[in-house]
Write a protein that binds this ligand. Structure first.
Ligand SMILES: [Zn+2]
Length: 152
């Protein structure tokens, strides 16, 4: 289990400023290569209320994220992130509360419009986010999706 840092850690090439998505967002101020650690949290924000309490200390939600979970405390770049791009994560990657939902108007053609705590059950998302879910949600995905038999 990774050790929490008292105040968390933000990659030096990330700045927090006004976002078109909502309020303030996190933006790359230089290209960030795939798999780079972007944000480390002081405590695992599992649960919608814990996540909301982080405010601008946590990236905005979008349905076509460029960040995913490296472990229960760290977000990393899923793909190469160009300079100036807003860093976004799919909140359904870490919130699996049945009653939670979020209305989304992100510009992605993948926008689900209603993001819900049960979205980890969506087969397409299970595939797209494989290895990037927050660990406790990845476990749910793995349990629901028995490994495909391989070999002879
Ligand atoms: Zn969306």
């Amino acid at each position: 289990m990774p050790e929490a840092e008292p105040d968390g850690w933000l990659h030096p090439a990330v700045e927090v400023r006004a976002s078109d998505i909502a309020g303030r967002g996190m933006f790359a101020t230089a290209p960030i290569p795939a798999h780079t650690v972007v944000l480390r949290l002081a405590a695992a924000p599992f649960g919608a209320s814990a996540l909301a309490s982080l405010g601008s200390g946590f990236p905005n939600h979008a349905c076509d994220p460029n960040l995913g979970w490296l472990n229960e405390l760290a977000l990393g770049a899923i793909t190469d992130v160009p300079d100036g791009t807003e860093l976004v994560v799919d909140y359904a990657m870490s919130i699996a509360e049945p009653d939670w939902f979020l209305r989304c108007h992100c510009p992605s053609y993948r926008c689900r419009q209603m993001v819900e705590g049960g979205d980890w059950r969506i087969a397409q998302l299970q595939q797209r986010y494989d290895g990037w879910w927050a660990p406790h949600v990845q476990r749910l995905v793995d349990e629901k999706q028995p490994p495909v038999a391989k070999g002879p």
